[in-house]
Design a binder for this molecule. Structure first.
Ligand SMILES: [Zn+2]
Length: 215
């Protein structure tokens, strides 16, 4: 969810939009790789919830609370080392954890607390209007925070950001209506496209600057 990546924009931008997007999406970046390796499994299941046609049968390494806590600590250490900043470590580690928190709200009870453990999820995706209301709200707040913390250096700084928002919104909003993927492999390959987002974030970052006083 892109909103997870940019909703804390003011603080987050100091850790770099690349780091922000990469950590907010980290679990979903690892997931398709684990699917392709056969370590985790998903099933195409029309109407699994109103918002997605995927049944997340097993994703203990990428999406259990226990392992995510571990990934979060790792990201925190990495962030602190790379940016030489305690705050960057806290923010980036926190973003990895926030992904699980937001998935907990949206998924039906399919998120394990630990590998093979109790499954939880509040199931917001059972309601399309509810999903759109909550997720769009987070997205708008995230964009506002990010824009208040940064300004464009040039026209590309605005265009690249609008492009990212437009593409992610189009992918997000069309989810309930897209044709069903023909295989798990197609799901994994499609989800691998998320790897473009950190690259896009780098492109945006080159054309924007932190606003004066946005500390
Ligand atoms: Zn996820």
């Amino acid at each position: 969810m892109v909103q997870a990546g940019i909703r804390t924009g003011r603080v987050v931008f100091h850790s770099g939009l690349l780091g922000t997007v990469a950590t907010a999406f980290a679990l979903d970046l690892v997931w398709p790789i684990l699917l392709l390796l056969g370590v985790e499994t998903v099933r195409v299941s029309p109407g699994d919830t109103a918002f997605t046609h995927l049944a997340f049968d097993a994703y203990p390494w990428s999406h259990s609370l226990l392992t995510v806590a571990g990934w979060s600590v790792l990201a925190g250490i990495l962030g602190r080392t790379l940016f030489d900043s305690r705050r960057a470590g806290v923010v980036l580690g926190g973003l990895v954890l926030s992904h699980w928190g937001l998935d907990f709200v949206t998924h039906r009870p399919d998120l394990p607390l630990w590998p093979g453990g109790y499954l939880v999820g509040l199931g917001l995706w059972n309601s399309i209007p509810g999903t759109i209301l909550v997720e769009a709200g987070l997205l708008v707040a995230g964009i506002a925070a990010y824009r208040s913390a940064t300004s464009a250096r040039d026209r590309m700084g605005t265009a690249a950001l609008i492009g990212l928002v437009a593409v992610t919104v189009a992918i997000w909003i069309s989810q309930p209506g897209v044709p069903l993927p023909q295989s798990v492999r197609a799901v994994a390959v499609g989800a691998s496209a998320l790897w473009l987002l950190p690259a896009w974030a780098t492109w945006i970052e080159r054309h924007r600057r932190v606003r004066e006083g946005a500390e």
